[in-house]
Design a protein around this ligand. Structure first.
Ligand code: KIV
Length: 270
């Protein structure tokens, strides 16, 4: 809240400061103006335009085909609805694995054209050189360690990480922090490993399928509200069943049009 009692605009310092105060950070994805506006009005701290849009918006089987243009298009729409939330755009596969100069140029382009407050790069120690350069260029960078969906082919599937201990995760987390990342997502990791990592770093950890020991939590919009029903990962808690609500309403509309109940006089210009 601001001194005027209004919800105030969240900045990178707000997000980092929440860890210092022990306040949990709430994050969700969004891909369009209307959804972002609803989340923003609800008081969400951070909105991510995730490359998960490839699966829930475009119906791809993975996030790999998503392009920079798609991320910019959706982030611009979300920016219009996200008045107070801190807005992060996900850099898609191929946009920062192509040499540091091109990676920096692509990150700058996304921030410049989309209005995001920061970008997310999937990776830990292996991308710390790029993180350092993008941060030096004046961009807020969020890392992403543990299960990295963009590396699904290299990892041989979506596999829970940290089962044999948190060493690799600690190394990744320390490398991101040292490179200047303001935060990182930690995905698909045992709760114990995620909690250990969270205690080792000063920057906030945002968990997804990583237990309650993280500094914040993130879920995909279409998962939490029960819109995407192709599959449901164990870590998703559904707070609504909008697929059913929409299907039922669509069936009622179809019935009403077929039977002549809609449009009624109240929906017509007399
Ligand atoms: O693409 C995405 O939505 C993400 C979050 C689930 C962390 O990376």
């Amino acid at each position: 809240m601001s001194v005027h009692g209004e919800i105030s605009k969240k900045t990178v310092n707000t997000i980092i400061g929440m860890k210092e105060k022990g306040e949990k950070i709430t994050c969700l994805t969004a891909y369009d103006y209307t959804s972002a506006k609803i989340l923003d009005e609800a008081g969400i701290d951070l909105i991510l335009v995730g490359d998960s849009l490839g699966m829930v918006i475009n119906g791809y089987e993975s996030t790999l085909p998503v392009t920079i243009e798609e991320i910019i298009y959706h982030t611009k729409a979300v920016r219009k609805g996200a008045k107070n939330s801190f807005l992060v755009a996900d850099m898609p596969f191929g946009s920062y694995q192509c040499g540091q100069d091109e990676a920096v140029a692509n990150c700058l382009r996304v921030v410049k054209e989309s209005g995001a407050n920061g970008i997310k790069l999937e990776g830990g120690a292996e991308i710390s050189g790029i993180v350092r350069r993008v941060v030096a260029a004046g961009v807020n960078v969020m890392g992403h360690i543990g299960l990295k969906p963009q590396s699904v082919n290299a990892m041989g599937g979506y596999k829970i990480q940290g089962k044999n201990g948190p060493e690799q995760l600690i190394e990744d987390a320390a490398a991101l922090e040292e490179a200047g990342a303001f935060s990182f997502v930690i995905e698909g990791v045992t709760s114990k490993s995620a909690e250990t990592v969270t205690k080792k770093v000063k920057i906030p950890t945002i968990g997804i399928g990583a237990g309650k020991g993280c500094d914040g939590q993130i879920l995909v919009f279409h998962d939490i509200f029960g819109i995407y029903t192709d599959f449901r990962p164990k870590f998703v808690k559904r707070y609504a069943n909008l697929a059913k609500t929409i299907r039922d309403a669509a069936e009622e509309y179809i019935k009403d049009v077929k039977s002549g109940v809609f449009p009624g006089e109240e929906n017509s210009f007399l």
